[in-house]
Design a protein around this ligand. Sequence first.
Ligand code: BDR
Ligand code: CA
Length: 310
Amino acid sequence: ARKIIIDTDPGQDDAVAILLALASRELDVLGITAVAGNVPIARTSENARKICEVAGRPDVKVFAGCDRPLAHTLVTAEHVHGKTGLDGIELPAPTMPLQEQHGVDFIIDTLRAQPAGTVTLCPMGPLTNIATAFTKAPDIIERVQEIVLMGGAYFEVGNITPAAEFNIYVDPEAADIVFKSGVNLTVMPLDVTHKVLVTKPRLEAFMAFGNHVGDVVAGWLDFFERFDIEKYGSAGGPLHDPTVIAYLIAPQIFSGRFINVEIETGSELTRGMTVADWWGVTDRAPNAMFMGDADADAFFTLLTARLATL
Ligand code: BDR
Ligand code: CA
């Protein structure tokens, strides 16, 4: 199985991504590192454990990482995810432990301990933990097999400002470090996630499981979608973070281009923008596989089939 570390700020869509990973034999989740993002670190590190327990996997190692972005104050998204970050269904406080080690050190130690090129990082929140690890231990960068992250946007531009997507906006300095690092990088921007919409029939497919996991997922997504449906007037809300895991299992669902992507860190107006040279109008070297399209039906078929096994 492919070894992954999930770096996350749950978040209902992060939660579904974690369940998808834990339900997939192709993937071996070495650990989950929480980061401050949708909600503060105390919540994200607690939510990550609640999610593992929903999956019946209290054995998964969960670590708390950075509690704030590198250079700016934390911007959260309770307006999307609710006060807990996982609103939509009441879950008991987790009984599984939070690991004592800092998430950043877990990332560094794991990349050094495993054979080079065998560990994939899956960031689904602000890139603070990853950038901190790369800065503290630059030797690990070339040991990473691949980073597959959710963040950024090009044609769909912003969801937290007119120009920026949330994960990149919260910590643009961290994103800049990761995008400039030379790491093998695959990006799932809003251009992809806004194609995989949780329509009513897709939501009902989770309810139809008739079990705890189905009810929890439906509860989360029903809450999470409300905001986006109102905002975009679409048939359902986008399911961002699970695209990262789906890509690892079934890359053929997605298509994109290997292009240059730079992060705007300076401008007040466009801070956190992913300036993606989709049309190749510069001679800047490509640094990211930037996805642009997804087969939504194939994505939901995969997701539903996998979650049904939990
Ligand atoms: C991203 O922002 C968060 O609110 C979601 O969990 C997702 O990772 C989408 O912009
Ligand atoms: Ca997230």
